[in-house]
Structure formats: structure tokens, C-alpha cells
Design a protein around this ligand. Structure first.
Ligand code: SAM
Ligand code: DTB
Ligand code: SF4
Length: 327
């Protein structure tokens, strides 16, 4: 989609009246026959978006490993013995080179991730330089740095940041079973700061951590019922990481993942719903079902943060086979 159509979507988002969702209503969506649910989601999708256009963001881990937090799914927590080694914050020239390569491959947004509980002020200064420089090559910018302290979101906005990614990850009820070093309210507080600073919000979660369908519905309700729904909603399928508490988790029925995408699309009609982590483990056909259910954004590039993503050649071939265009 060109800039003008993107602008049309964002102006639409302010004209769609906010409605509050209940968990019971969302569970009723989940319980629909799959064909009916996808049909409904596809109808909503076509009302607000070009159904044959998919936005592509490239991720780069600019600070890997050694994180103080205990998120049970994460390869980067210092508390678990995983294959991920702790690294220092990447130099600006390496980040810029990666952004230029991503732009040349056709990504429209560059997302920089750091394994921090939150940024220290001197680290933030270095990230601000990254944001400025990546913005200057004509890419949309996104960072995910953990929880923000007062004033940090405003600095990111001034540097030209377009999106801040900060996932709720799972609903309030299940959160404490997955993460004990911070609360979901801490995450909500950062989302409020990002929103107040005028930065687009990117927030979603992880499916397949042993949560119930009610927890999945609860997460979507929390996201959709925020004072303003996130502009971007990443739905991650758990990538089990050896050494983490969730390493041996049973895989979720893929149709339950598709149902989650469809429900997110229906509940947040003007948001970009991103088919996020877990694509490497999915067939082209399952990914296509996710697009049909309303996913219209993805991570593009051979790596996510510490795990593999499909090769860009495989994604390019899939786009060509589906007649989908990148935006
Ligand atoms: N430290 C920051 C934070 O927690 O927001 C930024 C990086 S963190 C790795 C970003 C997101 O990646 C998490 O919120 C989670 O949704 C996702 N993620 C991390 N590990 C994952 C895994 N093994 N499978 C699926 N998603 C994962
Ligand atoms: C999001 O929701 N998923 C991305 C991005 N935001 C930062 C991260 C996925 C990480 C998958 C596991 C890894 O590669 O470490
Ligand atoms: Fe740290 Fe983020 Fe991983 Fe949690 S998800 S351990 S905060 S890097």
C-alpha cells in the first residue's frame, strides 16, 4: 500500500467507533465453525484493508541476552541456560548497515529489539541515534526496549520513532504464571506512556504457552479495549527454546492459532495484525490460512531476534504464488 492509502487507513481508524468487548463475546467468536469465523474476519478485513497487501518489518536484535527478567518463553533471560550468549549494544554503523540491507530487500519498517527490563538513560541515547539514522534512510522505525521511565517515550518521539513494541503477552490472569519479575500492570503503564507521547502502539502476545482459550480471549479483550486499540498487533506462536521453562510445552492446534488471528482481526478492524514468531515452523498453507483470517503484516528477514524466520526467498516466492504485494 502506498503512503496515501496508509494515511487513509489511519484516518479511518479514528472514525471507527470504539466498542468494548467482553470475554464471553470473544469466546463465542472462537466457538464459531472455522469457515464462518474466517468468512467474518475476511469480510471485516476487506472493509478496511487491501486484502492482497502485506506489510513487512525486519527485526534486528541490537542488544542480545543477559536480561534480568524471567519471562518463561525467552531465550534472552539471564536466568535460563539457553544457547543465546550475552552481547553488548551493537554499534550504530552495524545497525545502519542492517537497516539498509532490509530496505533493499523490500522491508518498509525496521524494528530494533533490546533484551532489557528497560533502557538506562545512556543506553537510550545510543538507541535515539539509531532511530534518527534509520529514519533518515526512509524507513519506518520501531523499537522494543522493555519498560520505559518517565520522559523516555518523549525522547523517542522527538528522535522520530514511529512505533514502540511492548506486548501484553498474555491476559492478566495467566501473566503471573509466565513472568514473575514484573507485572502486567507495569507493561500497561509503559503502553500508556507510549500512547501519550504520540507514538504508534505495537502490542500483542504469545499463543501456545499453556494458557486456556479463555486466557487467549482475555488477552484480545485487553488489547481491543485499551483506550485506543494498538495500531499494530503481533500474534506470536510460541517458539519453544531449549533451556527455558516452556521448552517442552505441547504445541497448540494450529487452527486455534488461526482462530486467534481471526478474532483479533474482527475485534481490531483497523489494526495491522502481524503473523509474528513461529512462521518458520508453519507450512506455506498454514500461513496463507492466517492471511485469509486477516493477518496483514509479518516479520521479513532470515532471523527474528535469536531464532530463525523463513528465508526472504521463501517469503518472496510465497508472495508471488499468492499474488500478494508487499507494503
Ligand atoms: N525486552 C523487551 C520486552 O520484553 O518487551 C523486548 C524484547 S522481547 C524478546 C519482545 C517480545 O518477543 C516478547 O514480548 C514476546 O512477545 C516475544 N517473544 C520472545 N520470545 C519468544 C518466543 N520464544 N516465542 C514467541 N515469542 C517470543
Ligand atoms: C514481537 O511481538 N515478536 C518479535 C518482536 N515483537 C520483537 C520477537 C519474536 C521473538 C521470537 C524469539 C526470538 O527470536 O528470540
Ligand atoms: Fe527480557 Fe524481554 Fe526476554 Fe522478558 S521477553 S526476558 S523482558 S528480553
Amino acid at each position: 500500500m502506498q503512503a496515501s492509502s496508509l494515511a487513509a487507513v489511519s484516518s479511518l481508524s479514528s472514525s471507527v467507533p470504539a466498542r468494548r468487548w467482553s470475554v464471553a463475546e470473544v469466546l463465542a467468536l472462537y466457538e464459531l465453525p472455522l469457515m464462518d469465523l474466517i468468512w467474518q474476519a475476511q469480510g471485516v478485513h476487506r472493509e478496511y484493508f487491501d486484502a492482497n497487501a502485506i506489510q513487512r518489518s525486519t527485526l534486528l536484535s541490537v542488544k542480545t541476552g543477559g536480561c534480568s527478567e524471567d519471562c518463561s518463553y525467552c531465550s534472552q533471560s539471564a536466568r535460563y541456560d539457553t544457547d543465546t550468549e550475552r552481547e553488548r549494544l551493537m554499534p550504530l554503523d552495524e545497525v545502519l548497515a542492517a537497516a539498509q540491507a532490509a530496505k533493499a530487500k523490500g522491508a518498509s519498517r525496521f524494528c530494533m529489539g533490546a533484551a532489557w527490563k528497560g533502557p538506562k538513560d545512556n543506553d537510550l541515547e545510543r538507541v535515539l541515534d539509531m532511530v534518527r539514522e534509520v529514519k533518515a534512510i526512509g524507513m519506518q522505525t520501531c523499537v522494543t526496549l522493555g519498560m520505559l521511565k518517565e520522559g523516555q517515550a518523549e525522547k523517542l518521539k522527538e528522535a522520530g520513532l514511529d512505533y514502540y513494541n511492548h506486548n501484553l503477552d498474555t491476559d492478566k490472569e495467566f501473566y503471573g504464571q509466565v513472568i514473575k519479575t514484573h507485572t502486567q500492570d507495569d507493561r500497561l503503564d509503559t503502553l500508556e506512556q507510549v500512547r501519550d507521547a504520540g507514538i504508534n502502539v505495537c502490542s500483542g502476545g504469545i499463543i501456545g504457552m499453556g494458557e486456556s482459550r479463555k486466557n487467549r480471549a482475555g488477552l484480545l479483550v485487553q488489547l481491543a479495549n485499551l483506550p485506543k486499540a494498538p495500531e499494530s498487533v503481533p500474534i506470536n506462536n510460541l517458539v519453544p527454546i531449549p533451556g527455558t521453562p516452556l521448552a517442552e510445552n505441547d504445541a497448540l492446534d494450529p487452527f486455534e492459532f488461526v482462530r486467534t488471528i481471526a478474532a483479533a482481526r474482527i475485534m481490531m478492524p483497523t489494526s495491522w495484525v502481524r503473523l509474528s514468531a513461529g512462521r518458520q515452523q508453519m507450512s506455506d498453507e498454514l500461513q496463507t490460512l492466517c492471511f485469509l483470517a486477516g493477518a496483514n503484516s509479518m516479520f521479513y528477514g532470515d532471523r527474528l531476534l535469536t531464532t530463525d524466520n523463513p528465508d526472504v526467498d521463501r517469503d518472496d516466492a510465497l508472495f508471488a504464488r499468492l499474488g500478494v504485494k508487499a507494503v
